[in-house]
Design a protein around this ligand. Structure first.
Ligand code: ADP
Ligand code: MG
Length: 480
């Protein structure tokens, strides 16, 4: 397949649904809380009873505007809602309220690793309920489905990209950045596994050099970044095979199965006219004043790309900055440590080193440990003041994560403060030299590498507490 791949250009556009974190639904007062008793969060509006009227939740609009601005979109002065008709048991009204030709956000972009990916639009809509298929849950003779409408009416923002991506990796990076953004601006959990962020990948191929796009297939049901990458790779190969055999790719929706690692056809893809979109008669078009937009703009938190740049201006490598920003909990913790005046490089060494290793081992978030930003900042200042060595710091950070004990307490109770008293070090160094006459002779006859041995012995005698610089100087003096 690899050499066939060289013959084709891959074209990818993503449609991402982000569940907005409002307390209540987009057109109804029901709570959006997850994990409640099935069908308990369902007022007559959510149930689609005849005669009820939807009422737009202002917070949904606020979040839509905030996201649009974060994605460099324009927010038109006017947007409106439309009905998209389709039948499904988890959609009691028989239509979904969405936005068609006048969405809330248009013409945005995201820069991913120096390449600009266009964002066509982002529109507000309501989520459907959930079907629970009993047959597939292991109960052999009960192949029926149940409907839970708690999720029905949960606000979604659908973010549609231009077909600007050219590889599975690019699509993944775009999706990761989108996830970072919605999490940092606080509009969505961005959890792919739990479905609070969902992605449909549109994929087509065309001969290299062509500028006529091929027919696309739309892949649904990707629940992780790794699955997104795998699904796209699979789909590229499937389409190449069809074209190579003289066939034609058909426009359809395919489902990714991450267990069997393949896509399978779900249904032919509807065209827009099949949905018979028309303006929602129960909702007025929405006027969005420039004052409203500016008010939201003023509240924009620092975006992931800005955070990365700030970290790099503090001397972090691009890699470290990226890894920390990817994990919002760590980034917010790091920011607090910085605000307490800690040295950024020392802080990042702890965060990327011992702390990350500990979190990986315990499968915890930093907020679940007992380490506080204050305690880490204090530890760093003890190292800066040379009260303790960096090595001692690395030893006690684990206790701090587990027990929440301040560094100064541990240093005091365990007697870990650094020995910088040259008299004391000299005494120990003298003893080390006297008790190793053979090594001294070898060293003096030219085996310079043995110097490290003497340093090691002094460190051992002082349990790592001797100031390494002082040890070096004193040993050089004694050994001549
Ligand atoms: P629909 O709403 O029917 O899925 P859209 O025209 O809104 O259709 O496009 C959906 C997505 O498909 C967009 O992200 C767009 O960039 C992408 N797309 C459109 N044409 C192609 C193509 N030929 N190959 C890959 N992606 C495409
Ligand atoms: Mg689509």
């Amino acid at each position: 397949m690899e050499n066939l791949r060289d013959k084709y250009e891959v074209v990818i556009g993503l449609e991402v649904h982000a569940q907005l974190k409002t307390k209540s639904k987009i057109f109804a007062p029901d709570s959006t809380e997850f994990g409640q008793e099935p069908n308990s969060l369902t007022c007559p509006i959510t149930l689609g009873m005849p005669g009820v009227l939807p009422v737009l939740n202002k917070e949904v609009v606020n979040m839509g505007i905030l996201t649009g601005l974060a994605l460099n979109c324009s927010i038109p002065e006017r947007c409106k809602f439309d009905r998209k008709q389709y039948f499904y048991p988890d959609l009691p009204k028989g239509y979904q309220i969405s936005q068609y030709d006048e969405p809330i956000c248009v013409n945005g972009y995201l820069d991913i690793d120096g390449k600009r990916i266009g964002i066509t639009r982002a529109h507000l809509e309501e989520d459907a309920g959930k079907l629970v298929h009993m047959g597939s849950s292991g109960i052999a003779d009960s192949s029926y489905s149940l409907v839970d409408l708690n999720r029905a009416g949960t606000p979604l923002l659908e973010i549609v990209s231009e077909p600007d991506m050219r590889s599975a990796q690019e699509a993944r990076r775009y999706m990761e950045e989108l996830r970072n953004i919605v999490r940092y601006i606080g509009v969505c959990d961005g959890n792919l596994e739990e479905g609070s962020m969902r992605c449909d990948a549109n994929i087509s191929i065309m001969p290299k050099g062509s500028d006529v796009f091929g027919t696309r297939a739309e892949i649904k049901n990707v629940n992780s970044f790794a699955a997104l990458e795998r699904a796209i790779e699979y789909e590229i190969d499937r389409q190449i095979e069809i074209v190579e055999e003289g066939g034609e790719v058909v426009q359809e929706t395919r489902l990714w199965d991450d267990n069997s690692r393949e896509t399978r056809s779900m249904r032919g893809k509807e065209d827009a006219h099949d949905y018979r979109y028309f303006p929602e008669p129960d909702l007025m078009p929405l006027k969005i004043s420039r004052e409203w937009v500016n008010e939201i703009k003023d509240k924009m938190p620092e975006l992931p790309s800005q955070k990365r740049e700030r970290y790099m201006s503090l001397g972090l490598s691009e890699y470290d900055a990226t890894v920390i920003v990817e994990q919002m909990g760590l980034a917010l913790f790091f920011d607090k440590v910085l605000a307490l005046g800690a040295n950024p490089k020392t802080a990042v060494n702890f965060i990327m080193g011992e702390i990350s290793a500990y979190l990986k081992e315990t499968h915890e978030e930093i907020s679940e440990t007992k380490l506080t930003p204050e305690n880490l900042a204090e530890l760093i200042s003890l190292i800066e003041k040379k009260t303790i060595s960096n090595n001692i710091g690395k030893q006690i950070i684990i206790d701090m994560l587990k027990e929440g004990t301040p560094a100064s307490k541990i240093v005091e109770s365990k007697g870990l403060s650094q020995i910088s008293d040259t008299g004391a070090i000299k005494e120990i160094a003298q003893k080390v030299v006297e008790s190793n006459p053979d090594q001294v002779a070898k060293y003096k006859s030219g085996k310079n590498q043995l110097f490290g041995f003497f340093v090691g012995q002094v460190m051992k005698e002082t349990k790592g507490r001797a100031n390494p610089q002082a040890v070096n100087e004193i040993l050089k003096e004694i050994l001549g």
